[in-house]
Design a protein around this ligand. Structure first.
Ligand code: G6P
Length: 616
C-alpha cells in the first residue's frame, strides 16, 4: 500500500525521488519522506500529509546526494505522525530504511534491540527492522567492502516474520542501495549509469523501461553501474530483464481534471485493447492465449470459482451470471479474504480464477496460494503485467488497459466485465452455444466501445443530475440479475469517492429492509431493462415513489415508464445481455464522479483508501 522509490546514479536523487513519490501517491498517502546520505549523517525530510507537503519542507533541507530513498505511507503500525513517517534511521545513525508491509514479530525484535542498547523514536514496526539491520551491520564489520550491507540485510531477514518490501542505505557506502521483498512488490529499474527501485513501475518509467521484477525471498544490490540479485538463503542468481510496454504519458493526466475522469473517458479505447486479437477467425468465439490449458482440458471443468476483493469482486459476480446464463456451468464467487480462511468444501474438478487489477492485493494472493496448496489449477485476470498474482498463477488473461491511477477503479472494472463476458462465450461455445449465437455475441462485444461512447456523450446531462443530488447523505442502488452487481459497484463508487452512504441491492430485496431508509432524503438509482424483469422493477420503483423517495432511472432505450415515476432519466442503449453490464456502469461512474467533485472531495485519492491493499 505504501509507495517506495530508491535512486542511485549521477543525478541529484531527491528531485527524482519526489517525482516518483508523486506518481506513487495513489498507493498510500498519509505521510511521506525522503533520505539521502550526507557525509556523517543522513539528511531526512518527512512530513504528514501529501507529497506536496514533503516537497515544501524538502526544499529547506539540503538533500544533495546522488543516492537516496523515499516513501509514501499508509499507516499500519502507529498513527499518522511525522515521527512514524519513513525513512527511519537506526539509533546509531548508520542505516536508513523504507518499508512496505507488516513485521509480525516486531515486539520480540524490539525487545531484543532495547536490551542491546538501541533506542526508538517512533511507534512503527519498521524502526525495529531498521535497528536490526544496524545491529547486524555492526557485527559484520569484518566483512570487506561490497557485501557488508547486503549480508547484514540478509541476516536480518532470516529473523523477520511478516511481509516486506524494503530499501536500505548505509552511510559507509553512500551510492549503494540494498532491497528485498517478501509479500510486497518491488521492481528494479535498470538505467544507463543509474539504477532505481520502486514498488510500482509508474515511478520508474520516466527514467527507464528496462525492469526486473523481484520475486519473494530475493534481495538486490544496486550501484549506479551495477546490479546483482541473490536470495535470502542462497547466493547470487541471474536476473531477467523485462521491458515495460507503456510510457510515462500513459500515466499522466493530460487535459483532464482527475485521473478518474480520464480513465472513465478512456474506456472505449480500454475495451478495444482488452479484446484486440482475442476473437477466432470465424468470429464466433473468444481466444485466450495465456490460459495454458488445452480446449480439451478446459472442456472437462465442472465448476468455476472466482475470488477477488472490492470492485474486482463485483466483476466476478457479473461473470458468474454470464457464465451460468450462456455456458450453463455452475460458478461460485467468494471474497478472497473469506475464502482463504473458510476452508470451503470444493468440487474436485473446479478451476479457480483470481481477478485483481493490481495483481498485488494480499487477500487475493493468499486465496490463490491456498487454492494452489490444495492442488487446484489457478488462473488469473490481471491488469498489471509481471504482478505477483500474474507470476504465481498457472496462466491467465491480461486486461491491457494501461496504468489505472485513480484509486476508484473504472476502466479496469469494465475491462474485467468484458473479459468475464468473453469467458462466458468461450466456455459456452465449447458446450451448447451455436455458431450463430456465438457470432451475434462476438458482434455485440465488438460494438461495446461505441455504445460506451454514446453513454459518455451524456456526461453533461449526468453532471446536472449530480448537482441536484450532491447534498443528499444516503442513496440506494437497485438492479436485477447481471445489473445487481452494477448496483453494488455504483454504491461502492459513491461511498469511495464522495463519502456518501450508499447501498446496492437486488431491486426486489429492497422491500425486505432497505425500504425503511426510503424518504424524500434518500434517493434511489434504478436500473431498468426490457424483458421479464421490467414490470418487476417498475413495481419496486412504485414502492419507492409511494414513500416519497426520489428516483434516478437508468433505463434502456425504447422502454416507457409510467408518467412521473422517474425524477431523473438516463437512457442507455438497448444491447446484448453480455454488454449491458458494461454500458450500465458508465452512468453510475459519472454520477459518483460528479457528485464527489461537487462535494469538493479529493477524487483520485479518497480518504483512508489505497489503490492496492498489500496488507491483510
Ligand atoms: C482496494 C481498492 C479497490 C479495489 C480493491 C481490489 O481496496 O481501493 O478499488 O477494487 O483494492 O484491488 P485489485 O487490484 O485486487 O483489483
Amino acid at each position: 500500500m505504501c509507495g517506495i522509490v530508491g535512486y542511485t546514479g549521477k543525478q541529484k536523487a531527491a528531485p527524482l525521488i519526489l517525482e516518483g513519490l508523486k506518481r506513487l501517491e495513489y498507493r498510500g498517502y498519509d505521510s511521506a519522506g525522503v533520505a539521502v546520505p550526507a557525509g556523517d549523517h543522513f539528511n531526512v525530510a518527512k512530513k504528514t500529509g501529501r507529497v506536496a507537503n514533503l516537497e515544501t519542507i524538502a526544499a529547506r533541507h539540503k538533500l544533495l546526494g546522488h543516492c537516496g530513498i523515499g516513501h509514501t505511507r499508509w499507516a499500519t503500525h502507529g498513527g499518522v505522525t511525522d515521527a512514524n513517517a519513513h525513512p527511519h534511521v537506526s539509533s546509531d545513525g548508520k542505516i536508513a530504511l523504507i518499508h512496505n508491509g507488516v513485521i509480525e514479530n516486531f515486539t520480540s525484535v524490539k525487545k531484543f534491540l532495547l536490551e542491546k542498547g538501541f533506542t526508538f523514536q517512533s511507534e512503527t514496526d519498521t524502526e525495529a527492522l531498521c535497528n536490526l539491520v544496524a545491529y547486524h551491520y555492526a557485527k559484520e564489520a569484518m566483512v570487506e567492502g561490497d557485501s557488508r550491507l547486503l549480508e547484514s540485510v540478509r541476516k536480518t531477514l532470516r529473523h523477520i516474520e511478516g511481509t516486506y518490501g524494503i530499501v536500505v542505505l548505509s552511510l559507509d557506502m553512500p551510492d549503494e542501495l540494498v532491497c528485498a521483498r517478501k509479500g510486497s512488490p518491488l521492481i528494479l529499474g535498470i538505467g544507463d549509469g543509474e539504477n532505481l527501485v520502486a514498488s510500482d513501475v509508474s515511478a520508474l518509467v520516466s527514467r527507464t523501461q528496462n525492469v526486473v521484477y523481484l520475486k519473494d525471498g530475493e534481495l538486490a544490490r544496486l550501484t549506479p553501474d551495477s546490479f546483482s540479485l541473490s536470495t535470502i538463503n542462497e547466493g547470487e542468481i541471474e536476473a531477467v530483464i523485462d521491458t515495460v510496454t507503456w510510457s510515462i504519458t500513459d500515466a499522466e493526466m493530460g487535459a483532464y481534471a482527475h485521473f478518474m475522469e480520464k480513465e472513465i473517458f478512456e474506456q472505449p479505447l480500454a475495451l478495444e485493447n482488452t479484446m484486440r486479437g482475442r476473437f477466432s477467425e470465424d468470429g464466433s468465439t473468444a481466444l485466450f492465449g495465456g490460459l495454458n490449458l488445452s480446449a480439451a482440458e478446459f472442456r472437462q471443468i465442472d465448476r468455476f470459482m472466482f475470488c477477488a476483493c472490492g470492485t474486482a469482486w463485483h466483476a466476478c459476480l457479473v461473470t458468474e451470471h454470464l457464465i451460468e446464463r450462456f455456458a450453463r456451468v455452475p460458478v461460485e464467487v467468494d471474497y478472497a479474504s473469506e475464502f482463504r480462511y473458510r476452508n470451503a468444501p470444493l468440487h474436485p474438478n473446479t478451476l479457480f480464477f483470481f481477478m485483481s487489477q493490481s495483481g498485488e492485493t494480499i487477500d487475493t494472493l493468499a486465496a490463490l496460494r491456498e487454492a494452489k496448496r490444495k492442488g487446484f489449477r489457478v488462473l488469473a485476470v490481471n491488469n498489471v503485467v509481471g504482478s505477483t498474482i500474474a507470476r504465481e498463477t498457472d496462466g491467465g488473461i491480461y486486461q491491457h488497459v494501461g496504468p489505472e491511477i485513480g484509486v476508484a477503479s473504472t476502466k479496469a472494472f469494465t475491462s474485467q466485465l468484458l473479459i468475464g463476458a468473453m469467458m462466458a462465450l468461450y466456455i459456452g461455445r465449447m458446450r451448447d452455444m451455436s455458431f450463430s449465437d456465438g457470432a451475434a455475441y462476438v458482434a455485440a462485444l465488438k460494438g461495446a466501445p461505441d455504445l460506451v461512447r454514446t453513454v459518455l456523450q451524456q456526461a453533461p446531462h449526468i453532471r446536472k443530475i449530480a448537482e441536484r443530488f450532491s447534498t443528499y447523505t444516503d442513496m440506494l442502488f437497485l438492479g436485477r440479475l447481471s445489473l445487481f452487481p452494477i448496483a453494488l459497484e455504483g454504491a461502492l463508487k459513491l461511498k469511495e469517492i464522495s463519502y456518501l452512504h450508499a447501498e446496492g441491492y437486488p431491486a426486489a430485496e429492497m422491500k425486505h429492509g432497505p425500504i425503511a431508509l426510503i424518504s424524500e432524503r434518500c434517493p434511489s438509482v434504478f436500473f431498468v431493462t426490457k424483458g421479464e424483469m421490467f414490470p418487476k422493477v417498475v413495481s419496486s420503483m412504485q414502492e419507492v415513489k409511494a414513500r416519497k423517495g426520489l428516483i434516478i432511472a437508468i433505463c434502456t432505450e425504447g422502454l416507457e415508464l409510467p408518467d412521473g415515476l422517474a425524477d431523473e432519466l438516463i437512457v442507455i442503449p438497448d444491447c446484448h445481455e453480455a454488454v449491458l453490464p458494461i454500458v450500465a456502469t458508465i452512468p453510475v461512474q459519472l454520477l459518483s464522479y460528479y457528485i464527489a467533485v461537487n462535494r469538493g472531495c479529493d477524487v483520485d485519492k479518497p480518504r483512508n483508501l489505497a489503490k492496492s491493499v498489500t496488507v491483510e
